[in-house]
Design a binder for this molecule. Structure first.
Ligand SMILES: Nc1ncnc2c1ncn2[C@@H]1O[C@H](COP(=O)(O)OP(=O)(O)OP(=O)(O)O)[C@@H](O)[C@H]1O
Length: 531
């Protein structure tokens, strides 16, 4: 709105400037003073409106950026695990960060500058038509010229803009992965190799950026050239009237200033056209992500009010996409409060059982029941809140141990926290680390040991007090003494829960009432391990 008011006010400036010149020519000093005063006032108002409008446009850009980032983040969070297995994190990161910010700048510019530019163009043309109809009629003839330039350059620009964004996303991916792999890169002493690979990606990105930059650098001057040529032609047409005494000097100046006023929106048009190509690619990629279906279970409203923890697999078969079946017609039942161990070779499908229970993936055939209710009928977060899952790799935030433990817990009652710390043996960390639970763990827990990471992950799961606990190699990095303590403490921790312990170590399974073995797609019950 402010930009529109500014544009309308701006339309008065050429007229005031030309009037000033006219009064000076005619040596009417009193009128000149008034016009100077009006001109100065108009310039001050215009500057104020431009500043306010510019700030509003910048605010709008950041508002759009926030909305876009939030929408993508929210949607990506709700996408199934299978989507994340196949997507590139770098692409999503690029989309949520710099691509979203480019798009926001383009949209805010379009929303604020385009309407005001249209007002300037329409107003200047109308005034020009009044002042000099021939010059005004001549100007719209430039439009096909602009169209031709944009059409010729636009086609090449569109492909390039897409390639630029793809290559930039690859730069993100490469940087992100190498940062994550920093320790392994150093251990393998392959810094130079990784640098050369990263540089190769930078070169690919530079090549497309340079090509795009060259086209963008050409469009503006070509459009400017066309406008300048038209300007020259208008000077010739209008100048003839001047020599024929049909036009005063101030009228001539007026006409030229209005023509000059028209060049600003044209420059903006060229700039927006360049940004539009990138914005189209970003919008297309956003659409691709946003139209990915979210996990079905979000929409269900099935609940288990008091979960007892009975688990049943009924004829479950499952295969990861493009792979042979890892589970074939698997059926078993675990009673509430039971502790069950699961053993089996690497890749036998043990973790897959846990992931199916959590509905990270859906069985191809058969169904999984909790307390007799098919998990597919339950609201997915309701289901997951009932299961404390400690995975093989503990995922930790770069925050304090305490923040990592209380992450996601609805209630952080001190007594329960102490209980979870004791049961997981995370209480040992208080004496092992000088800063105790306030110790910052670093990215993915690099600043503490593997066993300490596992204790934190265990404490996190137990603090939520879930009726079902799945420990997937959750104590594999514990020292024998720590594991012994854990098994002893766990008898209390597991007392009223259903527990599945996936492990290769017999010492972890001594508390199990029953033991299952995953073998050749089947789950067989074997002899429990004596304590
Ligand atoms: N997300 C996935 N996409 C495709 N295949 C997968 C995926 N996760 C696991 N697999 C494959 O499924 C099989 C079973 O994997 P799973 O993790 O269940 O084995 P596991 O018995 O837990 O093995 P380990 O003892 O090594 O932890 C393996 O062959 C594995 O390569």
């Amino acid at each position: 709105m402010l930009f529109l008011v500014g544009s309308i006010a701006g339309l008065g400036l050429p007229w005031l400037a030309a009037t000033l010149l006219g009064t000076l020519f005619e040596e009417q000093s009193q009128s000149a003073t008034l016009v100077v005063f009006l001109l100065a006032a108009a310039l001050i108002v215009l500057t104020a409106l431009t500043v306010i409008g510019g700030r509003a446009s910048s605010d709008l850009s950041f508002e759009i950026q926030r909305d876009v980032r939030k929408d993508i983040y929210d949607h990506v969070q709700r996408l199934p695990v299978a989507y994340h297995d196949h997507s590139r994190q770098g692409d999503l990161l690029a989309l949520m960060t710099w691509e979203a910010s480019q798009l926001a700048t383009f949209l805010s510019l379009t929303l604020t500058a385009v309407p005001s530019s249209l007002v300037t163009v329409a107003g200047a043309l109308a005034i020009l038509f009044y002042l000099h109809p021939l010059a005004a009629i001549f100007l719209p003839l430039l439009i096909p010229g602009y169209y031709l330039i944009l059409k010729i350059m636009g086609r090449r620009l569109r492909n390039l803009a897409q390639q630029v964004q793809e290559e930039e996303a690859r730069v993100f991916t490469a940087a992100e992965q190498d940062l994550e792999m920093a320790h392994s890169i150093k251990a393998a002493a392959v810094e130079e190799l990784r640098l050369s690979l990263f540089d190769a990606q930078l070169l690919r990105s530079r090549a497309v950026n340079v090509r795009e930059g060259r086209i963008l650098a050409t469009i503006g001057p070509f459009i400017g050239l066309l406008t300048s040529l038209a300007f020259v032609l208008i000077i010739v047409i209008v100048g003839q009237d001047l020599s024929r005494q049909g036009l005063s000097a101030s009228e001539l100046l007026s006409v030229l200033l209005y023509v000059a006023l028209l060049t600003r929106p044209v420059g903006l048009l060229a700039d927006l056209f360049g940004r539009l190509q990138g914005a189209r690619g970003t919008l297309q990629r956003m659409q691709e992500v946003l139209k990915e279906p979210v996990e079905v279970g979000y929409a269900s409203n099935g609940k288990i009010d008091r979960c007892r923890g009975a688990i049943e697999f009924v004829g479950v078969s499952f295969a990861y996409p493009g792979k042979p079946e890892i589970l074939q017609n698997v059926s078993f039942k675990i009673e509430p409060g039971e502790t069950v161990g699961v053993i089996g070779k690497n890749g036998a499908g043990k973790s897959t059982i846990a992931k199916l229970l959590l509905r990270f993936y859906e069985p191809l055939v058969g169904q999984i029941l909790i307390d007799g209710v098919p998990t597919r009928e339950l609201q997915i977060q309701e289901l997951r809140k009932r299961i404390g899952y400690v995975s093989q790799q503990p995922y930790l935030y770069n925050a304090s141990i305490l923040e990592n433990i209380t992450f996601g817990a609805e209630c952080t009652d001190q007594k329960r926290l102490e209980e979870a710390l004791r049961q997981s043996r995370a209480c040992d960390l208080q004496s092992q680390l000088p800063a105790g639970l306030e110790t910052i763990v670093g990215d993915r827990g690099v600043r503490i040991s593997g066993g300490q990471c596992q204790r934190i992950a265990l404490a996190r799961a137990l603090l939520r007090n879930p009726p079902i606990v799945i420990l997937d190699e959750a104590t594999s990095m514990f020292d024998p003494e720590g594991e012994e303590d854990f098994v002893r403490e766990s008898s209390m921790a597991f007392a009223n829960r259903t527990v599945i312990i996936i492990s290769h170590r017999p010492s972890s399974l001594t508390s199990a009432d029953r033991v299952f073995q995953a073998v050749s797609g089947r789950i067989l019950e074997v002899q429990p391990i004596a304590g």
